[in-house]
Design a protein around this ligand. Structure first.
Ligand code: UD1
Length: 449
């Protein structure tokens, strides 16, 4: 395969987002917009260079976290897309094969489109432009085509009335043979309506040199640029619809697909059923045959085979549910390993815990894991039974097969097969209730009189 360099332009200001967060760090499907572009570029297995603006340290950190081998170039003055690409000179000077220029604010571009660009370049094109047909072409560069070739790209502001009638627009994503890019990039000028160095002028310059410029047409949904909150929401909706369709194709039942929200990295095996109104944060893996009941919120969790979660369950990071585990309504699980067949059916908080196989956790049981400063572990052995409304004050260990009486506050370890009671002994005083009520009634009567 020909070597590939992806240059990702991320130096834009993003003022229309009206945000203190740089535009490319807003999230779609739980991952930053630039994160999507980086991940897709990574699947192409080439080099990556990212052009960032000044004072965009947070963007640089995100790039380093997602694509540690990517190089960063800084564009101090924002003088246009052509100028932005020039900042990555060190990368494209060294490039031997193909170069694809991508926008960091266009998160849904696919590896299939990038692959098609490479195919065209390897097939003899010097430049490949990715076009699309938006509902409203206003503001976009127009592709001036002749048969299968692109003669020029005309920016909206510089276009004639006739050119503005063209509906085939420039998505901004362009592929170059590395030598073709090097031969035109320094010749791009800035005598245009915006006084910017337009990367799009590369097309006309290359044409003048007798080079071949192809175009491919992408779906408008795929090349949407996220530059305001409305487009962010449209990108999110498109992303979610794609994920839903993928999962259903892979054998996952979604009872009401539109109401289930996935993250970019959600992994679900076949024959999992997901009821309506379920939200997945990042880092979730679900094994075959599990059922997620309605209104559950799940992030950073592993859910074993045939486990049952919800309705109204909350699984937080490092919740690890074994096979056949049941986590029922109004149960919160965090950083806890739950053994095979264990049941936590109602109204519990289980955090910083290891729970053995076939354990039964009664309604309202709480692991008391925090003293205001530190977190402590609760360990429960196999087949133990924790009575309803008990507090397990960590650090504490309950042995295999132990029985904790309902309503206990357990502060000391319980050995295997022991019964532990940690509550006041019950006292019953015959007739006493009647006396108390009578006294109270008399008091009320005397106030009235
Ligand atoms: C650009 C294209 C236009 C296309 C449109 C698609 C040019 C001259 N025009 O228009 O044909 O239809 O995208 O959305 O290329 N950027 C930098 N540094 C700069 C300028 C831009 O990094 O100095 C980055 C931005 O962060 C953004 C991308 O390049 O990711 C596009 O910039 P933007 O200003 O949105 O492009 P337009 O001028 O609207």
């Amino acid at each position: 395969m020909t070597e590939l360099l992806s240059i990702i332009l991320a130096a834009g200001e993003g003022t229309r987002m009206r945000s203190t967060t740089p535009k490319v760090l807003h999230a779609v499907g739980g991952l930053s917009v630039i994160g999507h572009v980086l991940r897709t570029s990574k699947t192409m297995q080439g080099q990556i260079a990212v052009v960032v603006g000044p004072n965009h340290e947070a963007v640089e950190n995100t790039v380093a976290a997602i694509a540690p081998t990517a190089t960063i170039a800084r564009q101090v003055e924002r003088l246009g897309t052509g100028h932005a690409v020039r900042q990555a000179k060190a990368a494209y000077e060294a490039a031997a094969g193909n170069v694809i220029v991508l926008y960091a604010d266009t998160p849904l571009v696919t590896a299939a489109t990038m692959g098609e660009i490479v195919r065209r370049l390897d097939g003899g094109a010097d430049i490949v432009v990715v076009g699309f047909r938006p509902n409203d072409p206003t503001g976009y560069g127009r592709l001036l085509t002749e048969g299968d070739r692109v003669r020029a790209i005309r920016e909206h502001r510089d276009a004639s009335e006739a050119e503005r009638l063209i509906d085939l627009c420039n998505s901004g994503i362009m592929g170059f043979r590395a030598d073709a890019l090097r031969s035109v990039i320094d010749r791009i000028g800035n005598s245009n309506a915006k006084g910017e160095y337009y990367l799009t002028d590369a097309v006309e310059l290359a044409q003048g040199d007798g080079k071949r410029v192809d175009y491919v047409v992408a779906d408008a949904d795929e090349v949407i640029g996220v530059d305001d909150r409305t487009k962010l929401s449209i990108a999110e909706a498109t992303f979610q619809d794609l994920r839903r369709a993928d999962f259903m194709k892979a054998g996952v039942t979604l009872k009401d697909p539109k109401s289930v929200w996935f993250s970019y990295d959600t992994e679900i095996a076949s024959d999992v059923t997901i009821e309506p109104n379920v939200v997945f944060g990042p880092g979730v893996v679900i094994e075959q045959g599990a059922v997620i009941h309605a209104f559950s919120h799940i992030e950073g969790a592993h859910i074993g085979r045939k486990a049952s979660v919800g309705p109204f369950a909350r699984l937080r990071p490092e919740a690890d549910l074994g096979e056949d585990v049941k986590v029922g309504n109004f149960v919160e699980v965090k950083k806890a390993k739950i053994g095979r067949g264990a049941k936590i059916s109602h109204l519990s908080y289980i955090g910083d815990a290891t729970i053995g196989a076939e354990v039964n956790i009664g309604a309202g049981v709480i692991t008391v894991n925090y003293d205001g400063y530190n977190k402590y572990q609760t360990i429960i052995g196999d087949n133990a039974f924790i009575g309803s409304n008990s507090s397990l004050v960590a650090p504490v260990t309950i042995g295999d097969g132990a029985l904790v009486a309902s309503g206990s506050v357990i502060t000391e370890d319980v050995e295997a097969d022991a019964l532990a009671l940690g509550r006041a002994r019950q006292a019953v005083k015959p007739g006493r209730a009647k006396e108390i009520f009578a006294k109270a009634a008399a008091k009320k009567q005397s106030k009235k009189g």
